[in-house]
Ligand binder design. Structure first.
Ligand code: CA
Ligand code: CA
Ligand code: CA
Length: 332
């Protein structure tokens, strides 16, 4: 009996110390978002690059050169700009990104899978930071539980995405790594409902000098050195999932939507100037859990929300072309 207990305890301990995160794109349970997903309502429209060295330990190697800032603008398309060791990309958007249900933005890199193991891929990682004033940046809390005793090399070394969290480049090319602004709620100096800037900072990846550290102070092990013109993080695109401004969303413009009262106590009115045949609205809680869905079949539609607890909810409107629009709802 004692032996059994010991086995149980040590299994539990082994599980908890090696925290597992979502697996690689294509593996069940992955949070990767394909580039063509209708979740993306916009893409970065401006980019400034501050290149890093091909090898930070050897500045005479010079800076990386592959691509230019225009390659990081617009939808993910496999055209990239390389950041080099600790290089930085500052991206801007036509309209601010806000904290809606679940992920709010996603970053695309050009990693590639291990042909022999779907769980593994060649990955280059970067920190992601956001700002609502272009001055003060706040980093998503990154985690790397990849071993940090044997340096990952550029040739033939693959990584398992289950050990990586909140680092851009976790997923292979054509799949965005999602980031949820909710994780940065409550930071003084940051308005998570008005994000104007996204900053990508290359993870050096060395487990020696120049190591980049995760949120727990662990060395992040990724391919190093990468002393080639395409060294470091290769930025393809940054997609917006929840983005402000009624004027740029074709759905909200086309249907002439209004929602009242908000805050609401029991009965919500959803009025639509132009009725579309497949227009529907989904009510979710703050975690993105779907509570109810209904079609908007007339100019004035009602939704009963009296049964829900006080708090913040989201109304997500979607048409048959994949256009989406989210509105925050406060229940009293
Ligand atoms: Ca969110
Ligand atoms: Ca690196
Ligand atoms: Ca691109």
């Amino acid at each position: 009996m004692r032996n059994l207990s010991l086995i149980f305890v040590s299994c539990f301990w082994a599980f908890t110390v090696s925290a597992q995160y979502a697996p690689q794109a294509g593996v069940s349970g992955s949070t990767a978002i394909i580039a063509t997903s209708s979740q993306f309502v916009g893409w970065a429209t401006g980019c400034t690059i501050h290149r890093g060295y091909m090898d930070i330990a050897n500045p005479s190697s010079g800076y990386v050169t592959a691509g230019d800032s225009s390659n990081a603008i617009g939808a993910a398309d496999h055209n990239i700009v390389s950041l080099g060791d600790s290089g930085v990309a500052d991206l801007t958007f036509d309209h601010p990104i806000y904290n809606g249900p679940g992920a709010d933005l996603a970053v695309f890199e050009n990693g590639f899978p291990n042909p022999a193991n779907a769980e593994e891929a060649f990955l280059e990682l970067a920190f992601v930071e956001v700002s609502s004033d272009g001055v003060n940046y706040f980093r998503f809390p990154a985690n790397s539980n990849t071993q940090d005793t044997t340096q990952i090399r550029i040739a033939g070394d693959y990584m398992n995405a289950r050990y990586i969290n909140n680092l851009a480049g976790k997923y292979i090319a054509n799949y965005g790594t999602p980031f949820d602004l909710e994780e940065l709620s409550g930071k003084v100096g940051l308005d998570i409902d008005n994000i104007t800037h996204v900053r990508i900072v290359d993870v050096v990846g060395s487990i020696g000098a120049h190591a980049s550290l995760d949120n727990a102070g662990r060395k992040i092990n990724d391919p190093y050195p990468t002393a080639i013109p395409t060294g470091g993080f290769d930025l393809d695109a940054v997609g917006a999932i929840h983005q402000k401004s009624v004027s740029v969303n074709p759905l909200a413009v086309n249907i002439g939507l209004s929602i009242y009262p908000n805050p609401v106590v029991d009965k919500l009115v959803l009025s639509v100037q132009t009725i579309q045949p497949h227009l529907r609205v989904t009510l979710t809680d703050i975690t993105g859990k779907v509570l109810q869905t209904q079609r908007l079949t007339s100019a004035v539609n009602e939704m009963n929300v009296s049964q829900y607890a006080q708090g913040i909810y989201y109304l997500i409107f979607q048409d048959d072309k994949g256009n989406r629009w989210a509105e925050k709802l406060t229940k009293l």
